[in-house]
Design a binder for this molecule. Structure first.
Ligand code: SF4
Length: 436
């Protein structure tokens, strides 16, 4: 029987227009109904160059549904090229255009000789969510734009293409990306990222010159990264764990150094310095963190696969907390579920817990209500879990979408420092509930 999804934790594939807008200079051109973009653009910042309110859109109506929307798309692209100062136009299709069978590829290819590149990606909401849409869009950009630069410049020694969380869907996507970038640079690598300030088309063009690609993500973005490996012959390190805190960041750096041949001595010295600093900060707050037991020893995470794995490893392996049942809410494809479960359960002292893949917020919250946390629960999740945490007199940290009452500008939870920032959030949530 069909179920009602009452607590959306991701959006439809067309929402991956946020992947396009996160590449400075790129703009989505939507072949969709008039309400799609305004519904999908709800948070987490604009591109810094274009507001989603000005995205060119065919606003498909009854007329196009009956007679076809190719002409409207043609005129929309043509006018967008005249009046919008963008460097790359990415035509994206929504449900309506795909259902009526408009061929966006054919229309986009008519602009092959336009002054600015026009490419396309099919992203109808009925085919998947924005985690998958993100991958489709990246693959289209690699296939239709980046491929033109293949072989134009020689390989650059030590250059690494780096991809991590899904732009805007993951509230910490940009801060995490910059921190991972900083970590790779600290061990002597050069990084190439396409998203955020100071990046853009130049960085897209540099992709073929990289020696390696590193994808830090359990599954989102894997297809496009594998495309780079296959078509551009760039070896891929698929690292499924976003490293948070000392233990995982150290493992991450060692794995990257092994894969890329980065200087091992330098890597060990960077690890030693960062770990010493991490534990210095922890020790300063040892009274609060270890002795007063302000935060429950038991926690749950309700989030995308990336944060269920990463937060669990951090809280267990670095902080000695104990996981209750965990909930992965990003509709992880079946093919990756076993691996996500196993990775989440690779913990110190062979600690194991149940991992459920679900999009049913009502059911998972009922399960949390019945759990024994041995005190106030610590719940790390989306804004949907806030009310539940309040009801259970628990401690709540919002780490994933939807994030309604918190703004993340460039903060991060990745790396050594990210672990400390996450602890600040957890202990601030707990301390704010003390009656003093
Ligand atoms: S599901 Fe389809 S109709 Fe709805 S917003 Fe997404 S693309 Fe538009």
């Amino acid at each position: 029987m069909a179920k009602i999804l009452d607590q959306a934790r991701y959006k439809c594939a067309l929402a991956a227009m946020q992947t396009v807008q996160s590449i400075p200079g790129a703009i989505p051109v939507l072949h969709s109904g008039p309400g799609c973009a305004s519904k999908l653009n709800d948070n987490n910042g604009t591109s810094g160059r274009f507001s989603p309110n000005i995205y060119p859109c065919t606003s498909i109506s009854e007329k196009e549904v009956v007679f076809g929307g190719a002409d409207k798309l043609r005129s929309t692209i043509s006018n967008a090229l005249k009046i919008i100062d963008a460097d790359l136009f990415v035509v994206l299709s929504g449900c309506t255009g795909e259902i009526i069978g408009d061929d966006i590829q054919e229309v986009a290819e008519e602009f092959e000789d336009a002054e600015k590149p026009v490419i396309w990606a099919k992203t109808p909401g009925f085919k998947g969510n924005n985690y998958i849409g993100h991958d489709w869009i990246l693959k289209s950009i690699f296939e239709q734009y980046v491929r033109k630069f293949k072989g134009e410049a020689p390989k650059e020694k030590g250059l690494v293409n780096l991809f991590a969380g899904v732009p805007q869907q993951d509230p910490y996507w940009l801060g995490n990306l910059r921190e991972l970038e900083r970590l790779l640079q600290s061990i002597g690598l050069k990084t190439n990222t396409i998203f955020g300030f100071g990046r853009g088309l130049e960085n897209l063009q540099k992709i073929p010159t990289a020696e390696y690609t590193i994808l830090v993500s359990p599954w989102a973005g894997l297809e496009s990264a594998q495309y780079l490996e296959k078509e551009f012959n760039i070896p891929l390190l698929h690292y499924p764990i976003l490293p948070i805190g000392a233990a995982e960041t150290t493992k991450f750096l060692r794995t990257v150094a092994e894969f890329t041949g980065a200087d091992k001595e330098l890597t060990e010295s960077v690890i030693q310095q960062n770990e010493a600093q991490f534990f210095y900060y922890l020790e300063r707050y040892a009274d609060t963190i270890l002795e007063s037991r302000i935060v429950s020893k038991r926690f749950t995470v309700v989030s995308e696969a990336q944060y269920v794995i990463a937060v669990t490893k951090f809280l267990v392996n670095d902080m000695g907390l104990f996981p209750q049942k965990l909930f992965v809410t990003d509709d992880t494809p079946e093919a990756f579920r076993e691996e996500v479960s196993q990775e989440t359960n690779t913990l110190n002292y062979d600690i194991k817990t149940k991992v459920e893949f679900t999009t049913d917020g009502f059911d998972l919250q009922n399960q949390i209500r019945k759990m024994d946390f041995g005190g106030s629960p610590l719940i790390i999740g989306s804004n949907w879990e806030k009310k539940l945490a309040h009801e259970l007199k628990g401690h709540f940290v919002n780490i994933s979408y939807p994030m309604i009452e918190k703004i993340v500008i460039n903060s991060h939870v990745a790396g050594y420092s990210g672990g400390l920032y996450l602890l600040e959030d957890i202990y601030s949530a707990a301390l704010s509930m003390l009656k003093i």
